[in-house]
Design a binder for this molecule. Structure first.
Ligand code: HEM
Length: 392
């Protein structure tokens, strides 16, 4: 069997294939795409901790074999110590105080989109709500003016799409990424001149400490790279989480009722939804030395996929892993990554998902998913729905 993360079968339902690989070939080589993949929880967990063996320096996408182009510079493609310095700096934009300060605005955004649907009995909640909320929240965090937010989301979205046959982004997608970059550059110039209370201002004016060098400001490419990463890593994943939540709760009205009747259960339920169908299915690495996993030697220089989506369903770690149990407590979580690169936006994502579900619960507690209209996106490593039509 071959693990091709971009194939339609895998995009539709990867879980039977993952199970086969966990049992039969936990460290597998894809000859055509020339990369190795790890599927078991323990192996993925260990690899995320061992950055000296599994480097992030070629970025999260498996296609990249050479240097990351400068406009794609971002924290996710760095190793310590450069990673640690950059991460310490940008973490200041994600403190509990800063995230907490966004809660009211987040709820207002969620309410505005959902209230606009109140006189309709059928709509596509993914399209009307789940993709809009996270991107608006990131835009608010960054300081992107409201009138640009829709466009910015479309540009970023298009850049993430992959042709299932070639695995490549389209011309239009590439051009969208360029337009998104130009917008950030404009805002950056404005914020360098007149800082505001937003993340672009923080990045524009923060000092990066490097050994034996005087502190320096981030370059335009560094700020653009980081903002691009936030949009790519934070918006699509959270949108998929909300869409998955709507679909899987819709399929299990009894569990949904328990959650909606007692919203204090929502945070734990969100964790289980993340485990059950991880929005980010694999993380790319490159082997810095020969390393043997489950009897297979990955040669130095090979690309490696840490398949978190498969790890989240590993029965060696989770009891009855294919069952969605919204009251499940787990010892370890891997869906936000682990080690140096664990998701910097996880508190934000959790808060958004909680707010989204609370607001859906008060308006449409008994919605029904129109299963025949469900459609998935075909994206690099983000898994989830493009269309989620519901009746309320
Ligand atoms: C459900 C939502 C989300 C999921 C499932 C998710 C998942 C992940 C995962 C698995 C990683 C680790 C990547 C690696 O090891 O190479 C990661 C890193 C990252 N995430 Fe998220 N993420 C989510 C939401 C967000 C949000 C809302 C933001 C920001 C607004 C964000 C920003 C980032 C950044 C900047 C990194 C790179 C951190 C580093 O390299 O140090 N993510 N995320």
């Amino acid at each position: 069997m071959i693990y091709d993360p971009y194939s339609r079968t895998m995009q539709e339902d990867p879980y039977p294939t993952y199970q086969w690989f966990r049992d039969e070939s936990p460290c597998a080589y894809n000859e055509k795409m020339d990369f190795y993949a790890l599927f078991r929880f323990e192996d993925v967990w260990e690899a995320t901790l061992d950055w000296e063996t599994y480097s992030s320096s070629l970025g999260p996408m498996l296609e990249n074999r050479g240097q990351i182009p400068s406009e794609m510079f971002s924290i996710i493609g760095l190793d310590p110590p450069a990673h640690t310095r950059f991460r310490n700096l940008v973490s200041r934009g994600f403190t509990p105080r800063r995230i907490g300060a966004l809660e009211r605005e987040m709820r207002e955004i969620a309410r505005r989109y959902l209230d606009a649907l109140s006189d309709r009995s059928e709509f596509d909640i993914q399209h009307e709500f789940s993709v809009k909320l996270p991107m608006d929240v990131i835009s608010a965090l960054l300081g992107i003016p409201p009138e640009y937010r829709d466009r910015y989301r479309r540009w970023v979205d298009g850049g993430l799409e992959r042709d299932p046959d070639t695995g490549l982004p389209s011309e239009e997608g590439i051009s969208g990424m360029r337009q998104a970059r130009d917008l950030i550059l404009d805002l950056l110039a404005q914020r360098r001149a007149a800082p505001q209370e937003d993340l672009i201002s923080l990045l524009a004016n923060a000092d990066l400490e490097e050994p034996d060098q005087p502190p320096r400001r981030l370059t335009d490419a560094e700020v653009v790279g980081f903002c691009g990463l936030l949009a790519a890593a934070g918006a699509e994943t959270t949108a998929k989480l909300i869409g998955n939540a709507v679909v899987y709760l819709g399929r299990d009205p009894a569990q949904r009722k328990r959650l909606f009747d007692d919203p204090s259960r929502i945070p734990l339920g969100v964790e289980e939804l993340l485990r059950y169908d991880a929005p980010s299915q694999f993380q790319g690495r490159v082997a810095m030395r020969d390393v043997t996993v489950a009897g297979v030697t990955i040669p130095k220089g090979a690309r490696v996929a840490l398949v978190t989506g498969a790890a989240c369903r590993d029965e060696r770690e989770f009891e009855d892993p294919d069952r969605l149990d919204l009251a499940r407590h787990t010892k370890r979580e891997i869906y936000f990554g682990y080690g140096q690169h664990f998701c910097i936006g996880k508190s934000l994502a959790r808060l958004e998902a909680r707010i989204a579900l609370e607001e859906i619960a008060t308006r449409f507690p008994n919605y029904e998913v129109d299963e025949s209209g469900l459609a998935r996106t075909y994206q690099a490593h983000v898994r989830g729905f493009k269309n989620v039509p519901i009746r309320v």
